[in-house]
Design a protein around this ligand. Structure first.
Ligand SMILES: Cc1cc2nc3c(=O)[nH]c(=O)nc-3n(C[C@H](O)[C@H](O)[C@H](O)COP(=O)(O)OP(=O)(O)OC[C@H]3O[C@@H](n4cnc5c(N)ncnc54)[C@H](O)[C@@H]3O)c2cc1C
Length: 386
């Protein structure tokens, strides 16, 4: 067993950390306060190869592995979790499904501009009436009689929705089949969708979360991804991998919270000594560091399994379930270490706390992760006759 990162993984991690510390972290508080989507950052990340880090080189990516990708997400999210989710959805929810399921022509047409960061990708599955039960979605795609499709419906909370040029969107092509088996996946352009609203959120203010409307949008037949009625296969495979990215985002937020709490504890004096001398504070830092280390290992292991082509659904769900809890706890404890200052906007702890919560919700809530994990656990026991 080898826990060491390869030289290439270390180099990519260092590149992402340097960029995040110089170009993202100094602006994160302003972007959060102004609700600003930092579009220029994604162009620069593209130039560094970090908008398609695990996309094959022949498709415009950096050709690195999935472990490198989660290392990048951790570093970006440590600086700004909004930037982290923008890159996560762009890469694992929009670009990688095209790499995995696209035809030769679709890969050549859609992937290189995404992988180079020239355009941004989005993933539109959720609707007002279908969240965890995504298979009940109601957006419809009806044959136009000429080989194409007419798509109508509404999509909710689409990350990158206001800035994306390529949308992986799910619609029901078979009205007779209830649930997931009647759903197909499509690749759409920005002109196919109308952004109706930008959501107001608790946190992640530097990211875009938009509602979309499709009104009889005409889409050519060659824009269906994978086979007809196989959209849910695409969606589930995408979320299996995407969850590992959200786990990495959570680890990044938790690490940022620990960094902030540690430096504050070494500076702040009360009762004639630094608060870092008090055991109550030290133990908080020790617990945070231990939990973060465990969350990171779960995340890297799930990423390694995915890269190796091994089953990773349950392991990714475990990583997300645990890492998101760690992020919420660590950011809450960071506020406690900072006392009253932690509750103010003068320090970033309150932003980490607001940003951490979403990691327990999107790409499958914690309850849904427990369903995935327990299903696998019981299936394995059943198979053994236990
Ligand atoms: C900021 C943000 C960004 C997002 N980005 C995207 C995106 O880019 N693309 C996209 O398609 N979606 C996106 N989403 C949607 C997100 O994935 C959903 O919010 C999430 O899957 C949960 O669905 P829901 O909010 O409808 O909750 P619901 O499914 O209505 O769940 C409500 C509660 O019931 C629980 N629950 C539901 N079913 C069960 C069950 N069977 N057993 C036990 N408990 C259950 C849930 O865990 C939750 O606690 C985003 C959401 C937000 C807030």
């Amino acid at each position: 067993m080898d826990f060491a990162l390869t030289e290439e993984q270390q180099a990519i991690q260092a590149l992402a950390r340097e960029f995040a510390e110089q170009e993202i972290a100094p602006h994160a508080a302003d972007w959060d306060r102004d609700h600003q989507f930092p579009r220029e950052v994604f162009g620069k990340l593209g130039e560094l190869g970090l908008m398609g880090v695990c996309v094959p080189e022949e498709l415009g990516g950096a050709g690195a592995d999935f472990v490198s990708y989660v290392l990048v997400l951790e570093e970006l999210s440590r600086a700004d979790a909004g930037v982290g989710v923008t890159v996560a959805v762009h890469t694992s929810a929009a670009t990688l499904p095209i790499v995995a399921f696209g035809t030769h022509e679709q890969k050549g047409r859609f992937v290189p501009p995404l992988a180079r960061g020239e355009v941004i990708g989005a993933f539109a599955l959720t609707e007002p009436g279908s969240g965890s039960d995504a298979g009940s979605l109601r957006t419809t795609a009806v044959p136009d009689g000429d080989g194409g499709w007419r798509i109508s419906g509404t999509k909710q909370w689409c990350t990158n929705g206001s800035h994306a040029s390529t949308f992986l969107l799910f619609a029901r092509t078979d009205p007779e089949t209830e649930g997931a088996r009647g759903v197909s996946a499509f690749l759409l352009d920005a002109e196919h969708v109308e952004v109706t609203r930008e959501e107001e959120k608790l946190g992640l203010h530097s990211s875009s979360t938009a509602d979309l409307r499709l009104d009889n949008a005409l889409v050519d037949g060659d824009r269906m991804l994978h086979e007809e009625r196989k959209g849910f296969v695409v969606a589930m495979a995408t979320l299996d991998g995407g969850r590992i990215g959200i786990a990495a985002q959570a680890v990044g937020i938790a690490q940022a919270a620990l960094d902030t709490a540690r430096s504050y504890a070494l500076e702040r004096e009360q009762f004639g000594s630094r608060i870092a001398e008090f055991q109550a504070i030290r133990f908080k830092l020790a617990d945070m560091a231990t939990e973060i280390a465990a969350a990171r290992q779960l995340t890297l292991r799930a990423a390694w399994l995915k890269q190796a082509g091994l089953p990773h659904g349950s392991e990714g769900a475990m990583a997300k379930l645990f890492a998101s809890q760690v992020a919420v706890r660590a950011s809450q404890e960071a506020i406690q270490v900072l006392g009253g200052y932690g509750y103010t906007r003068e320090f970033p702890a309150e932003r980490y706390y607001r940003d951490a919560k979403i990691t327990e919700i999107y790409e499958g809530t914690s309850e849904i992760q427990r369903i995935v994990i327990s299903r696998e656990l019981l299936r394995a026991a059943d198979a053994r006759g236990a």
